[in-house]
Design a binder for this molecule. Structure first.
Ligand SMILES: *Cc1c(COP(=O)(O)O)cnc(C)c1O
Ligand SMILES: [Zn+2]
Length: 422
């Protein structure tokens, strides 16, 4: 695989990864000790963190800080994680969506609004966990290939932690997402290629250079665990209860699989009552390899070349796509996709009904929610959560020709009266 980062010569710090016990292969179950590894030595399957959780109560969690570290016992991080400089993401709002629910005919709808994280996307959660791992492995460079939001989160977290960052993005990325990275780092690298090209380049660099922690490559198992906190929070904010249905955007598919993992852990730990729930995945038609595989009943994902305004979801060869298929099939859900035009409509719909300005990823998720109701795939009478993963200010171009001044007038009352506004 890659030389990348190695365990510190002095060995890992006691408790460096909390209650994590090792890395387990998701395909063959083979276990190896904790380290900067991401692929199984036996079958090249993806590695995942294995734990031996202690007993934990709701009260202990509730007494924690109002960020993801309230769940530190369930994450691969040391118990003193709160003392190290980090972005302190999470514990974002779970809003009852009265108006959007009424508009879509859903009686009990919630929006988990992750656009209010420190760099305005859910990526701050995963990066916080990856940063902790990078520190424990003594990484010299904190890096990522990114569709935009991840680069923002890595660049900011690295600045705050005082570690050198290098972030790689497709050169055609939205300008605001470029600026939102470049403001924190002097090493934003724009690559002439799509995300899958950038990702391949990152793996190559990881194999050649020493001391680099690529958050979603060689420390991916640690990074991915951060998405579990979305699931924990939703359950806690519902009053320690799982929703009946949840709609989640799918890029690599990591977030969706980890929200499901979080629900399963909460059940096993006795923190919520066991109950059936249904998971739905959302993609944009212009990059919908998982949705296509779901509809065709395939067990594998055929990679595609992305062509959609939902750039943060534009991963044509999604690493966790097959696990998304498993989870949606197991829970009775589906994976759906909508057109770019429907993505734009849904961005405006969420803004006008709930006062939440989402980026194209959230437009995709809300638009798919709408389609799921209209096509009878989602039960409008069951409690439903839809996740908004990013902020609309980062993808202004997507809707800037749809909304704007309703009238341009002279600064006189007469001019206003004749504008037709009222
Ligand atoms: C990265 C991202 C996702 C999905 O992430 P995966 O875990 O790769 O599926 C969703 N929404 C936004 C805004 C993102 O940046
Ligand atoms: Zn294996």
């Amino acid at each position: 695989m890659s030389a990348v980062i190695t365990e510190p010569t002095s060995g890992l710090r006691e408790g460096a990864f909390g209650h994590a016990t090792g890395l387990a292969c998701r395909e063959c179950g083979h276990q190896i000790p904790l380290g900067p590894h991401y692929a199984c030595t036996e079958c090249f399957g993806p590695l995942e963190i294995a734990y031996d959780f202690p007993a934990i109560t709701r009260e202990e969690i509730e007494a924690g800080p109002a960020n993801i570290w309230r769940y530190k016992t369930l994450l691969p991080v040391p118990s003193d994680i709160v003392d190290s400089p980090n972005m302190e993401p999470g514990f974002t709002r779970l809003l009852k969506a009265h108006n959007l629910g009424a508009e879509l005919g859903i009686t009990n709808l919630w929006v988990k609004d992750d656009s209010t994280n420190p760099t305005n996307s859910f990526k701050d959660r995963v990066v916080a966990c990856a940063l902790s791992a990078a520190r424990e492995f003594d990484a010299k460079v904190f890096a990522c290939p990114s569709t935009g939001n991840l680069a923002n989160a890595v660049a900011a977290a690295g600045a705050r932690a005082g570690i050198k960052t290098v972030v790689f993005i497709p050169a055609n990325l939205e300008q605001p997402k470029q600026v939102n990275s470049a403001i924190y780092t002097d090493s934003l690298v724009a690559v002439n290629g799509n995300y899958d090209d950038v990702n391949k380049l990152a793996s190559e660099i990881a194999g050649e250079e020493d001391g680099w922690a690529f958050v979603n490559v060689n420390v991916r198992p640690y990074y991915a665990e951060g998405s579990k906190t979305l699931g924990y929070e939703i359950a806690e904010q519902l009053g320690w209860r799982l929703p009946d249905q949840i709609v989640i955007p799918v890029a690599s598919g990591s977030q969706l699989t980890k929200v499901d993992k979080a629900f399963q852990e909460l059940i096993k730990l006795g923190l919520v009552e066991e109950k059936p729930y249904t998971v739905f995945g959302a993609q944009a038609t212009g990059c919908s390899p998982v949705s296509v595989a779901f509809k065709e009943g395939h067990q594998v994902i055929r990679p595609v070349k992305p062509d959609t305004i939902a750039k943060s979801l534009a991963i044509g060869n999604p690493a966790d796509g097959i696990y998304v298929l498993d989870i949606c099939r197991r829970t009775g859900g589906t994976v759906e996709d909508i057109s770019d035009e429907q993505v734009r409509e849904a961005i405006v719909l969420l803004a006008r009904t709930e006062g939440i300005f989402t980026e194209t990823a959230g437009g995709t998720t809300v638009g798919v929610l709408k389609k799921l109701v209209e096509t009878g795939q989602l039960d409008p009478n069951l409690e439903t959560v839809v996740i908004n993963t990013g902020h609309g200010l980062k993808t202004l171009d997507a809707i800037s020709d749809r909304v704007g001044a309703a009238a341009t007038i002279e600064p006189t009352y007469d001019s206003f009266r004749s504008s037709g506004i009222i």
